[in-house]
Design a protein around this ligand. Structure first.
Ligand SMILES: C[S@@+](CC[C@H](N)C(=O)[O-])C[C@H]1O[C@@H](n2cnc3c(N)ncnc32)[C@H](O)[C@@H]1O
Length: 341
């Protein structure tokens, strides 16, 4: 009699960190940028990246088997090249590069997640906050290099969602947008290009603003997007027809979430829209595995943060006075949760 049970899903997930670490390390070594110009042999890549000959063949061929490299031929003279995806997204010379995210995951979260058990027992964060400080941002922004790694990591995860939001949300009805916690102003830049009638402000802490200004200037959008330095705890949110928050509410406990929702409400006119772009969990909390894992990531990263469902968002926003709600799927596990004043 055949056994109807199959352990392969368990084994695949149990060893998933092997594959994850191979991809993260390849990005850290900038393998996919090294392969930008031409395909290279294993020997050439050893020289270029400083790989030991004992390690290089398995590392490179594992990347082939995982679908992140292609190899022309077999044996020592065969040449490795990027797949269309790794060339587009993990080659630094590509305009659609998102390597900031894997680099941030490798530099910070891979190690912190090793302490998930401790976080589950204590409810305490397992990151830089262990060295003290009120918020992860105080800790990260004290060091300009850590700030850059973090901000570029954020951009990597949200770019596709912001582009989708620019397509699916009816920005034609509005004239102004404030993106709260706008980081490198990626949402503002993508929405501005798609909707030339809009004026936008990207609001974030003082250490972030010069980085945002630089990115806005490089995109040639300084006449329509302003990087505004401010603190959403001590300052009002700059008024606008649309207030967006990408991965902001999930950073904070319920009390702070409510404070931010109230501040968004105060910044909007009647009919204005408040949009949270997050990994909104399905109301039954059964399907959106990435959203639930992101919420565990907030356990690791923050003192009280957690991700939430569309029903949670609607309940919180109606308490504050918002009248109408919708959840629009963006890419993969991410949605736009929208409340209209
Ligand atoms: C998780 S990141 C999200 C960045 C971006 N919105 C996205 O979706 O990728 C949170 C952002 O909130 C900003 N932030 C944190 N505390 C803030 C505060 N008190 N006032 C303004 N911005 C703040 C951080 O600097 C960071 O850019």
């Amino acid at each position: 009699m055949s056994n109807p049970l199959d352990p392969s899903r368990i084994l695949q997930t149990a060893t998933a960190f092997w594959a994850s670490k191979v991809l993260l390390t390849a990005t850290e070594f900038d393998l996919f940028t090294a392969l930008d110009a031409a395909a290279m042999t294993g020997g050439e890549l050893e020289g270029e990246l400083g790989l030991h000959p004992r390690a290089s063949r398995d590392f490179l061929d594992a990347l082939v088997a995982l679908g992140f490299l292609e190899r022309d031929g077999d044996g020592p003279d065969s040449r490795y090249r990027n797949t269309p995806e790794t060339n587009a997204f993990l080659n630094q010379n590509s305009p659609t590069y998102i390597g900031g995210l894997p680099k941030m995951l490798n530099a910070r979260l891979f190690g912190f997640w090793n302490n998930l058990g401790e976080a589950l027992r204590s409810g305490e964060p397992q990151n830089e906050l262990q060295q003290g400080g009120q918020s992860i941002f105080d800790q990260l922004y004290a060091d300009d290099n850590a700030l850059t790694v973090f901000l570029e990591g954020m951009s990597g995860i949200q770019g596709g969602n912001f582009a989708a939001l620019a397509d699916v949300f009816d920005f034609a009805r509005y004239r102004t947008v404030t993106d709260v916690g706008g980081a490198l102003a990626l949402l503002s830049r993508l929405v501005a290009v798609r909707h030339p009638h809009l004026r936008l402000q990207s609001f974030d802490l003082a250490p972030v603003a010069p980085h945002a200004s630089k990115a806005i200037q490089a995109a040639g959008l300084s006449d329509r997007i302003q990087a505004v330095a401010g603190d959403f705890f001590s300052d009002p949110i700059p008024p606008a027809d649309v207030v967006t928050m990408g991965n902001i509410l999930h950073d904070w406990d319920l009390e702070t979430k409510m404070l931010l929702i109230r501040k968004a409400y105060a910044a909007l006119p009647e009919g204005g829209a408040f949009i949270a772009i997050e990994n909104i969990i399905d109301d039954e909390r059964r399907e959106n595995a990435f959203g639930l894992l992101m919420s565990l990531n907030m356990l690791i990263e923050t003192g009280g943060g957690f991700d939430y469902t569309g029903a949670d968002f609607k309940r919180w926003c109606s308490e504050v006075g918002f009248k109408r709600f919708e959840v629009i799927p963006l890419t993969g596990p991410t949605s736009a949760a929208i409340a209209y004043k």
